[in-house]
Design a protein around this ligand. Structure first.
Ligand code: HEM
Length: 406
């Protein structure tokens, strides 16, 4: 792509594919160019079909809360969108819905997913974090994704939903197959979907027989007693909480550890003053968010982004990662500055789809980092940062492994 490439509907298909390829290699350099060139760009989306990538902070923030941008696939032009195909029992989830269905289900789950329920997880999260650190080999290196960043959120989400210890599974292989599917082996993603559906169906049947004081039982009661949720909606909600609650948190913990280890001055400041943690988590989310793109949206009518009109029914990708490096909003955006006021970051979304698990995501990340830094005063990357293996995905930014010494 030349630096003066036109950014409009006339942009040739190979140019759109080219932008996607550059985003995969060096996203921040590519985003910086795209923000300069224009507010919205025609690219090859995550499904290979044409999409519009929105790159500037104000446009992304406004887009996240714009009711004209639908999350319901029925508003996509026929043939224009070919995203992940899920069975109806997993697809009827909040991130595919607009009001009034979204409002009804979100209200139900918010009543069950209370701040008290999250707060009750604080001590168990800390205990699990400490146990996982105890279990690391005495001598490094160790892979911190496999040994810490992945098992911690699995334990937490199971505690929240009320999954008994004997029923816990390693969700990692399932979610990996969905988030970064191998295009040459589509059967793996299909098998993962089947496994998750079977697992959730069994789990719900078990809870129906033996309800307890947990989130899943509360959701089942909303279905069975109030008839306020269909069976597909119940399964889809459990799927979304399991998937979103696990996947993003693993990647955020991994990305945050890398960012800290790659910025020794910032790490030293945090070690010296742990009160920085709360603001630091906002800045770490801004700096390297695990969810670089919001869920795709489909305009119900033509929508203008800074002078570029996106026609109704086309696919809009709001780039949260690019918004986070927009110098108009965050001065000196490529620097990690843990004491900067980064509360305007959009890693957890904005508007009616704002992350339902936001307080839990924050709590987990703060505890994970605090426990790790407390335990290992000499924590370091075992390979230089450019050598770390990342997942080949435009949609999810995360590590395959994180080798560290301690
Ligand atoms: C660091 C971790 C997390 C990140 C970065 C994250 C990010 C996000 C984002 C960006 C959205 C909005 C998507 C959009 O509007 O396009 C969202 C929604 C959502 N998140 Fe999270 N999330 C995280 C953790 C969690 C956890 C722990 C849970 C549950 C326990 C969760 C459950 C949800 C749900 C259910 C929604 C849909 C809300 C709705 O549509 O009303 N997330 N998340």
């Amino acid at each position: 792509m030349s630096s003066h490439a036109p950014a409009g509907p006339q942009a040739p298909a190979d140019q759109a594919a080219d932008i996607a390829a550059q985003l995969a290699v060096d996203p921040h350099a590519a985003y910086a160019r795209l923000r300069e060139e224009g507010p919205a760009h025609r690219i090859a989306g995550t499904d290979g079909r044409p999409a519009w990538l929105v790159t500037r902070y104000e446009d992304v923030r406004r887009g996240l809360a714009d009711a004209r941008l639908s999350l319901d696939k029925r508003h996509a032009l026929p043939g224009n969108y070919a995203g992940m195909q899920l069975p109806p029992a997993l697809d009827a989830n909040l991130l595919n819905m607009d009001p009034p269905d979204h409002t009804r289900i979100r209200r139900l789950v918010s009543q069950a997913f209370t701040p008290q329920r999250v707060e009750r997880l604080r001590d168990p999260v800390r205990r699990t974090a400490d146990l996982l650190l105890d279990a690391l080999p005495a001598e490094g290196p160790a892979d911190l994704v496999a040994a810490y960043a992945a098992p911690l959120p699995i334990a937490v989400i199971c505690d929240l939903l009320g999954v008994p210890a004997s029923e816990r599974r390693d969700f990692r292989s399932w979610t990996d197959a969905l988030v970064a599917p191998d295009p040459s082996r589509p059967e793996l993603a299909r098998a993962a979907v089947g496994s998750m559906l079977g697992y959730l169906t069994d789990l719900i049947a078990g809870k129906r027989r033996q309800p307890e004081d947990d989130l899943l039982s509360a959701m089942i009661a909303a279905r069975d007693e109030g008839r306020r949720l269909s069976e597909d909606e119940l399964l889809s909600l459990a799927f979304l909480i399991l998937f979103a609650g696990y996947e993003n948190t693993v990647q955020l913990i991994g990305n945050a550890v890398v960012a800290l280890l790659a910025h020794p001055d910032q790490l030293a400041a945090l070690r010296a003053d742990r009160n920085l943690l709360a603001t630091a988590v906002d800045e770490l989310m801004r700096f390297d968010t695990p969810a670089p793109l919001a869920i795709r949206r489909f305009p119900r009518e033509d929508v203008d982004f800074g002078g570029v009109t996106v026609p109704a029914g086309e696919t809009v990708l709001l780039s949260i990662a690019s918004a986070h490096r927009d110098p108009e909003r965050f001065p000196d955006p490529d620097r990690l500055l843990l004491d900067r006021p980064a509360t305007g970051q959009l890693a957890l979304g904005h508007g009616i789809h704002y992350c339902l698990g936001a307080p839990l995501a924050r709590l987990e990340t703060e505890i994970a980092l605090d426990a790790l830094l407390t335990r290992f005063p000499r924590l370091a990357l075992a390979v230089p940062e450019p050598g770390l293996r990342r997942r080949p995905s435009m949609r999810a930014r995360g590590l395959v492994e994180l080798p560290v010494t301690y």
